[in-house]
Design a protein around this ligand. Structure first.
Ligand code: BES
Ligand code: ZN
Length: 867
């Protein structure tokens, strides 16, 4: 495989021109699109060549100040257009090129989705539209004229304000857009299509009335209310929490069926994957409604954290993504349950980011080099990046952190900044009144550069006579690719002591920044040491190594006042139970203690605390369990989970039936109210079904045709492992009901593909040929192939058939959509953690990816896997 020269952070140089203004003319014709661009350029040093980027563009004209350029002064090589001999004063460079969006399957640049034309420019898609430096530190004011057939494309959208509409004869029209805020090219967007508009408005604190417009395909109008309400809640929250208002007179969101990602924050013209817009209680689950609310918020929050203050280069990606994830996490926490949100986020961090950090694609929140930037939209940049900001918040306290945020915004508004700029501004703002920081800022910044999940080891000694408790802390980060040696980090460790009736004394925040440290907690009199509640709220993204007796764990589970720590205690026991079962050595003591504790929770808590109770009952994810097993045996873990569910269903049968009885009365409460009861119903069904309970199959099957999508999907999921006739019947009922709604049908594709059937592989292959399967839609691909990769018995079949199948599919997808393909390859990243036999078949599958035509995106990941 050919090595490509990486892009290095250390090589950053500002662009040698200013580009204050851009006028773009986009002429949409029936077979191609002609893009004319006027770039107002100002050389910042003398005699430097102008280098612009362009991918798959046909250059039709090139002029400076209206004069066509002499061919000897420019050259087009690969994706670069180099122009020399330019004037030493401001000038206008005009390029005219044509592009073919109708045959662009990459979903980057300008492309078609259904009958509409739409764009995706982040990170480097603008170069597929016209010649441009296409780097985030070049900010310009944009004017965009769009001309098109008025019947085919009645709606023409771009960023900013529509300043003029023109009717051009009977068939064509044009709209002129102006965006007053300077922005980089990755935030440019254009949409043309026959779209229906849903209108609303929001008045900001300072009295600006903003027109809110959602644009969807005809027929989808009834499913937009939730997205619209979510947008208004987001606008409100950013005003109340950060004092940040929206800055334009209109805000547009377009729902697009063919979209690689979830959504994109283009200035005043967000583009969303339809599945993250179209939803109501009948068509979406509670989880999906919450997800939609948070993604709408996320993209809205980018207007400040990303758009008004953008990234100097793509190494700074976490500047906008980590911060915006942190903001959307807090938004959801404030609107719903902070405890449940934190638990969900930690579970996700451990199952995805910790796994990434432990494998061949591990990288820092701020990488020092990359080949394809698309491969770096990772859980490390996003979720670990958000954790770093959360640690700053924990270390500084809310008030000082918020002052830091205000300093960051005022200092960098209208510019392209770095993560160092951010951290410094937070510190400066926090200490504005002469306060001291309380930790070493330079050391804190190591978090951005050092990959890997630190391991925190805690040992305790307790002197019974004096009651003196001493903690011995150690931290150590395992080596990651290209970073064999690690430095100690600043770890904020929230801790408290828990007695039988709850917390004893105040919570403390330890700032642990050495490799090793001994901390005296003080005298804690009593006959035995109190239980130690440490890393409360998961105050630092580390793995904790601490001996804990069963009694102590149970004490935390029963009496800790931090819901996260209570959950964590339960998870600790669940992990023990499942790993022991997977090793065929069930631990009867822990099992009966855990059953007893869960029974107690079922009795003590009721459906009013449904969501809290449901997370307490949830089992750890596969990835998290795999991280504790060596070598990893996915089939044994899968069986352990199912056998444990069946034990829980038998042992807790009567409590679960009582619980269901309570839940039923809450089923019809609209989201978010009935959410807890519905999650609990899902848990109860899945345990009772696993235990062979007689009533449950019929009740679950019935829910599939009921009014709640949440219950229908919970039923389908619970029935998935139930090889009886109800499973097939449920899937059939669901298909018949939703076959005409592609967004919902994807859930059916996903369920079919993840059902562990003996003839599963053949059935998955049939799904790819299904008349309603759209191979050009990433949602559909993710449903079928993602569903299959989550189908443990099939994907991990020891004959390697699952691995081979996925490798072949990746090669196929890669030809049309490298971004989606290179994400899928990461499923093989943990191949080294399996037993030899499995390693060999997995390696054979990875070998199938070694085809000459593989995209550079996918190749980069494959090379990392093999290294
Ligand atoms: N800026 C991204 C979208 C994006 C990512 C565009 C990668 C191009 C390449 C957007 O703000 C985002 O982060 N979207 C997430 C959802 C979000 C809630 C974390 C996504 O699309 O998954
Ligand atoms: Zn984002």
């Amino acid at each position: 495989m050919v090595a490509v020269d990486p892009i290095r952070l250390a090589d950053y140089k500002p662009w040698p021109f200013a580009l204050p203004e851009i006028a773009l003319d986009v002429d949409l014709r029936s077979d191609q699109v002609v893009v004319t661009s006027d770039l107002s350029l100002e050389p910042l040093s003398t005699n430097v060549p102008l280098i612009l980027r362009g991918v798959e563009l046909t250059l039709d004209g090139l002029a400076v100040d209206g004069e066509p350029l002499d061919p000897s002064t420019w050259i087009q090589e690969g994706d670069r257009l180099t122009v020399t001999g330019l004037p030493d004063r401001p000038f206008v460079l005009t390029t005219r090129c044509s592009i073919d969006p109708f045959n662009n399957t990459s979903l980057e640049g300008l492309y078609t989705s259904g009958g509409m034309l739409t764009t995706q420019c982040e990170a480097e898609g603008f170069r597929r539209i016209t010649f441009h430096p296409d780097r985030p530190d070049v900010l310009s004011r944009w004017r965009v004229r769009i001309e098109a057939d008025r019947h085919r494309y009645p709606v023409l959208l771009s960023n900013g304000n529509a300043v003029q509409s023109l009717e051009l004869g009977s068939d064509r029209h044009a709209v002129l857009w102006e965006d007053p805020f300077p922005k980089p090219s990755y935030l440019f967007a254009l949409v043309a299509g026959d779209l229906r508009e849903i209108r609303d408005s929001f008045t900001t604190t300072s009295g600006r009335t903003v027109a809110l417009r959602l644009h969807v395909e005809a027929g989808d109008e009834p499913f937009t209310a939730h997205a619209m309400e979510s947008l208004k809640r987001s606008m409100q929250w950013d005003e109340c929490t950060y004092n940040l208002e929206y800055d334009l007179d209109e805000y547009n969101i377009v729902a697009v069926r063919h979209f690689n990602m979830g959504a994109m924050e283009n200035k005043s013209l967000n583009i969303f994957n339809s599945k993250l817009v179209l939803a109501d209680a009948e068509t979406a689950t509670d989880g999906e409604l919450e997800r939609i609310e948070s993604v709408i918020a996320h993209e809205y929050f980018h207007n400040w954290s990303g758009n008004r203050i953008t990234c100097r280069d793509w190494f700074q990606l976490s500047l906008k993504e980590g911060l915006t994830v942190f903001r959307d996490q807090n938004f959801t926490a404030d609107l719903h349950s902070a405890a449940v949100k934190r638990i969900d986020d930690v579970a996700m961090l451990r199952n995805t980011q910790f796994r990434e950090d432990a494998g061949p694609t591990a990288h820092p929140v701020k990488p020092s080099e990359y080949q394809a930037i698309d491969n770096f939209y990772t859980t490390t940049i996003y979720e670990k990046g958000a954790e770093l900001i959360r640690m700053l918040h924990t270390l500084l306290g809310s008030k000082r952190f918020m002052r830091g945020m205000a300093t960051y915004v005022s200092r960098f508004d209208g510019t392209a900044a770095t993560t160092e700029d951010f951290v410094q501004a937070i510190a400066d703002g926090a200490c504005a009144n002469g306060e001291t920081l309380g930790f070493d800022l330079e050391q804190f910044k190591r978090w951005y550069h050092q990959a890997g999940t630190p391991q925190l080891t805690v040992e305790r000694s307790w002197e019974a006579r004096s009651g003196r408790l001493t903690l011995h802390l150690r931290q150590q980060t395992p080596p990651t690719p290209e970073q064999p040696v690690k430095q100690p980090l600043v770890l904020p460790i929230a801790m408290a002591l828990i007695g039988s009736t709850g917390r004893q004394g105040e919570e403390r925040l330890l700032v642990f920044d050495q490799e090793e440290q001994v901390i005296e907690i003080g005298a804690v009199p009593g006959p035995q040491p109190p239980a130690l509640s440490i890393l409360r709220r998961f105050s630092a993204p580390v793995t904790l190594q601490m001996d804990m007796t069963l009694e102590e764990t149970l004490q935390l589970l029963a009496a800790d006042d931090d819901p996260f720590s209570r959950w964590e205690a339960g998870q600790r026991l669940s992990r023990q139970v499942l790993l022991a079962r997977a090793a065929a050595e069930p631990d009867a003591t822990v099992e009966s203690a855990l059953i007893h504790a869960l029974r107690q929770s079922l009795v003590d808590m009721d459906v009013q605390q449904g969501s809290e109770l449901a997370v307490l009952l949830s089992l750890p994810g596969m990835a998290e369990l795999e991280a504790c097993q060596e070598p990893v045996d996915p089939l044994a873990l899968f069986d352990a989970m199912q056998s444990w569910r069946s034990v829980l269903g038998c042992e807790l049968k009567s409590e679960l039936h009582d619980l269901l009885e309570q839940c039923r009365s809450q089923w019809s409460q609209p989201w978010p109210k009935g959410q807890g009861a519905r999650s609990l119903t899902g848990v109860a069904w899945s345990w009772l079904l696993a235990a062979g309970d007689a009533q449950t199959p019929a009740e679950a099957l019935n829910a599939v045709s009921g009014p709640s999508m949440t219950l229908a999907r919970a039923a389908l999921r619970a029935l998935q492992r139930h090889a009886g006739p109800e499973r097939e019947e449920a899937l059939r009922v669901f298909y018949d009901r939703w076959k005409d709604k592609p967004v919902i049908l994807d859930a059916w594709f996903g369920l079919e593909a993840s059902t562990p059937r003996s003839d599963g592989l053949k059935r998955v292959k049939d799904l790819l040929e299904h008349p309603r399967f759209d191979p050009l839609a990433p949602n559909a691909l993710r449903a079928v192939l993602g569903g299959f990769m989550a189908n443990v018995p099939l994907f991990h079949a020891i004959d390697g058939s699952g691995y081979t199948f996925i490798a072949e599919q990746i090669v196929d997808v890669d030809q049309r959509n490298p971004v989606t393909a290179s994400r899928m390859v990461k499923v093989f990243s943990r191949w080294r953690s399996y037993a030899l036999e499995r390693q060999l078949v997995m390696q054979e599958a990875i070998q199938l990816l070694d085809v000459p035509a593989l995209s550079s995106n996918t190749r980069e990941v494959v090379v990392m896997l093999k290294a």
